[in-house]
Design a binder for this molecule. Sequence first.
Ligand code: KIV
Length: 275
Amino acid sequence: MYANESKASTRPRLTVPALRQMKAEGRRIASVTAYDAGFARSVDAAGLDLVLVGDSLGMVCQGHDSTLPVTVDDVAYHVACVARGLRSALLVADLPFQADATPARALEASTRFLQAGAAMVKLEGAGPKLEVIRFLAEREIPVCAHLGLTPQSVLRLGGYKVQGREQAAAERLLADARAVAEAGADVLVLECVPSALAARITAAIAIPTIGIGAGPGCDGQILVLHDLLGMNSGHRRPRFVKDFLAGGGSIEGALRAYAAAVRDGSFPAPEHGYD
Ligand code: KIV
């Protein structure tokens, strides 16, 4: 391995306002997680729009059973690694468990992540998190909210389960989606919610939704990199996952196939969603 300059991406850097423009124009946002510079380079070369350094790194890189042990130092380290490999995609950094417990803590961690190369931070939940979203947005920190199945709530939820199936829960989720957008979030990740509900939320708010296990009606899709490549991460594989490397080819080919399938609407298929 030698330090030759690789072919730089010719795409302009994707910006936060461009994401909203994509929603307005009906162009789907293709996103994936990444945790190091090598994969970030492949993701960028494959033309993905948005890359998340998720706290899923606790499960797929560190071997934990949940995302709860992940620290701000861990995320900051991986954000810096990924940032070195990206030229065009917009980089989002996850605020790990309790790093967003107060506005001050969230500001401190988010500042570190932005200084390490992220362009946006992600946090789970609504309710008390609305104050945090507002606080960050007012301080020029772009925010991605995350509703539905929020993995940092695994202890309270009693497992990784589909959210919003009952009428009352669905209405609550819709209200929360409106609230996070109103508080200043720029993007909303919807995880493991019925496809019809995700489509309803997507139509109801001006900010783009990015689904994972939320059906084809979102403005974009995200998958954990290891799942997209069919890797054994030591955890049950959810039904919304598709192995894009299974058809053969290369890692970059799998990423290109995934991005194309998101953009032409062929992924997720009905069998990847929930009723
Ligand atoms: O941590 C993560 O990778 C995530 C995605 C699954 C959205 O939150």
